[in-house]
Design a protein. Sequence first.
Length: 345
Amino acid sequence: MSTKRQYKFSFGPWNISEGADPYGPPTRPPQTFDWKLGKLKELGFDAMMFHDDDVVPDLDSKSAEQMRKEAKEVKKKLDDAGILAEIVAPRLWFSPMTIDGAYTSNDAKARKFAVDRSLRCIDIAKILDCDLIVLWLAREGTYLREAKNCKRSMDFLVQAMDKMLAYDKKIRIAIEPKPNEPMDMAYIPTMGHAMAIAHMTSDPKRVGGLVETAHAFLAGLDPADEMEFAMSFGKLWSVHLNDQNGLKFDQDKPFGSNNLRSAFNQVRVLERNNFGAKGECVAFDVHSFRATKTEHMVDHLANSRKTFLKLVEKVRSFDDAAAQKLIADRNYQALDQMVIDHLLG
Ligand code: GLO
Ligand code: MG
């Protein structure tokens, strides 16, 4: 690799978490936004990811004026710290209005709530000088397939995205596919679905994708391929790097924790496609293990970044010419061992 590009890194306030799970209470104390922003800077990160209500807590109970005031206060904190807002995502899965889904709810009032809330999310993003809206379609799916109709749900999703695209001509939407959890089966489970539905919207150029490593594994797919597939459309606008041990709950482990070779391949496709050259960030959607002590509660973030940078070096020092010779000779046995030896160092 000739270009020695620098990457920009980000994480969200939810990635410094307290360790609660469905079976037990928190194991670490909550930290304030200011503390998290301070840590982000200290760890050498460049940007922060947000949900709309990470910026304006209790958003649904606030007036437009109050919302703007609070968003401006956060923007000032970011500016003072020299930190960018990478993405803003409408958190559409907490409200009592979205129990049965947001854009695809069977209840017209809930669908309207979801769209209105998404437009407020755009207002907040604009104040933070951020043009990238992430849609993790958490509850757009079913617990039982008879409950919804896929075609009708696709129509609702397109209508919702069209309203967002029309509301602000500058924003882009990055769909973050995930096949399940919290739903049994989600709509838009893979990057292929995301790219396809983007083309049904009124402005396909402004609808792209975000690949999360763990979500690709949960769909039984290769995260590096999911990334490169989106990049072949020019539409990989962010990544949520983390790791996942097989088909279980979404684990959000540190990057490389479980599948080091896959992590190498993810970094490899980002490198060879110049990811980051248009300002895209490498985000880590990782969580501490529940057993993590308070004094180590940001280590998973520092470690993920460190692993990423080490893998960038591994990718840059990989002997591509030698690999190409083995490929031409169909000697995949030797290619396999070459990768293993390179990773073992
Ligand atoms: C959960 C998702 C979630 C999103 C975040 C931003 O599985 O990965 O963390 O990335 O809400 O939309
Ligand atoms: Mg994610």
